[in-house]
Write a protein that binds this ligand. Structure first.
Ligand SMILES: [Zn+2]
Length: 463
């Protein structure tokens, strides 16, 4: 069996991956908070862990891998967007508006991530469907002395868990010094974090032993992973920005509520995404969503291709130039493998690169070396979620009858040769190019071909 090695944040080393049960390999990834379109940075873990999921399925069997990614559908940002809609006069209760907003956002998320060739996880639990499990876990924590209730809040007693900070390699005192910990009168210690908080009438809430309220963010991943994957599972993934405090808090909650288990054996973190060498931020004006890119005509397959050129443990720099180059390569590979039946197995060198801590850049280099064997190139690329039939529409030259435009261009050229006024022929040619037409003019004649961004609606009028 192929040996997979992964960089485990828990041990700070690359380790051979040994699943608890090779017939039931289990992976959890922290999913999105569903209040708006996913930005490009949100898509990086989706692609990284999709590649890992595909590799695990290949190595252990499709039926032997369970991949869970949650939807955080209870959150103050969701409440705020729903409240803004209500204040603007939208009909329905606040709960209806929240539900509407999260449903809509989940549908967008699926649409956008599908476009990147990411397979849907086996389970996509919504936090609001697991409130009972969260309350049960909080009750266990209180009983064991790891949590306490005060003024409608329940807090986790951080100093009751001696391993707190181990994942990120910090001590509790370092964390207090460096972090923005919220000091509140109901906290025993500033480091203690919220498991449950009260909801007023304006906010969604559930009945609990501590009054009507809602869960803190961290507890949902602990409760859902326990319900769906058990007290110990194989891989926990997420962006490196979640390592502290989110993942430290997940570990503390899960290990204290279920000390018989060890929660996740391998912690895999992806680095962040930048845009043209800079941190993506609204204030820098380089903030955009996956949908913005798709709408601009950047195919999802190209986004995926760009992402895979950088190892997941390195910051990934999105540039327009990379997108353009990737589009060229994919177009070439698509032309090369069109109507080719993929080989039965991907190339061993591609699998070897991926198995070495998901070396996607190495796997891509192997693909470049396979252009002499289109069937093997196709099988190997498809294993990586590229050159899939359902993603290829963008690369297909659109059908269009441009003969009338070609005749007009030829006539304008003939006229220009006679009267030495080239302005009309140049203008007509420029309009064709703007409509995405590839213009080839030679002594033999004029040839027009619909190009990548061809849009018939933009063609110059003939009248
Ligand atoms: Zn999480």
């Amino acid at each position: 069996m192929t040996e997979i090695r992964l960089h485990n944040t828990k041990t700070r080393s690359k380790q051979v991956f040994t699943p608890i049960d090779p017939k039931d390999v289990r992976m959890y990834l922290c999913g999105p908070t569903v209040y708006d379109r996913a930005h490009l940075g949100n898509a990086r873990p989706v692609v990284v862990f999709d590649v890992l999921y595909r590799l695990l399925r290949l190595v252990y069997g499709e039926e032997c891998v369970t991949y869970v990614r949650n939807f955080t559908d209870v959150d103050d940002k969701i409440n705020a967007t729903a409240k803004a809609r209500k204040d603007a006069g939208a009909p329905g209760t606040l709960e209806d508006l929240i539900h509407e907003r999260t449903q809509e956002t989940i549908a967008w998320y699926h649409e956008d991530m599908d476009a990147l060739g990411a397979m849907r996880p086996d389970r996509e639990p919504r936090a609001t469907a697991y409130i009972g499990a969260m309350i049960a876990m909080i009750e266990r924590l209180i009983l064991a002395g790891h949590a306490y209730a005060r003024e409608g809040h329940v807090l986790f007693r951080v100093r009751s868990y001696s391993d707190y900070g181990k994942l990120s390699g910090r001590t509790v005192d370092d964390m207090i010094a460096g972090a923005r910990v919220e000091v509140a009168p109901f906290k025993e210690d500033p480091m203690d974090f919220v498991l449950w908080k009260p909801s007023d009438a304006d906010l969604p809430g559930w009945d609990s032993p501590w009054g009507r309220g809602r869960p803190g963010w961290h507890i949902e991943c602990s409760a859902m992973s326990y319900e769906l994957l058990g007290d110990t599972f194989d891989i926990h993934g997420g962006g490196i920005d979640l390592q502290f405090p989110h993942h430290e808090n997940e570990i503390a909650q899960s290990c204290c509520a279920h000390p018989e288990g060890s929660f996740a054996n391998y912690w895999v973190h992806n680095e962040m995404l930048q845009v043209e060498g800079k941190k993506m931020s609204k204030s820098l004006g380089n903030f955009f969503t996956v949908r913005d890119l798709l709408n601009k005509g950047v195919p999802g397959e190209v986004i995926r291709f760009v992402f895979m050129q950088t190892h997941y443990t390195r910051p990934m720099d999105w540039t327009a130039e990379k997108a353009q180059q990737s589009e060229g390569v994919l177009r070439k590979w698509r032309a090369l493998t069109e109507d080719v039946t993929p080989a039965a197995e991907p190339a061993p060198a591609v699998i070897a690169a991926l198995s070495d801590d998901l070396n996607t850049a190495g796997a891509m280099a192997e693909l470049h070396a396979l252009t002499g064997d289109p069937a093997l190139l196709k099988a190997s690329a498809q294993m990586l979620g590229l050159l899939l039939d359902e993603m290829g529409d963008w690369a297909v030259a659109p059908e269009a009858d441009l003969s009338a435009h070609a005749d007009r261009l030829a006539a304008l050229r003939t006229a220009a040769m006679a009267n030495k006024d080239f302005a009309p022929v140049d203008a007509f040619k420029a309009a064709l190019v703007a409509a995405g037409v590839e213009v080839r003019m030679s002594k033999a004649g004029v040839e027009l071909l619909p190009g990548a961004g061809f849009d018939a609606a933009l063609l110059p009028a003939l009248g």
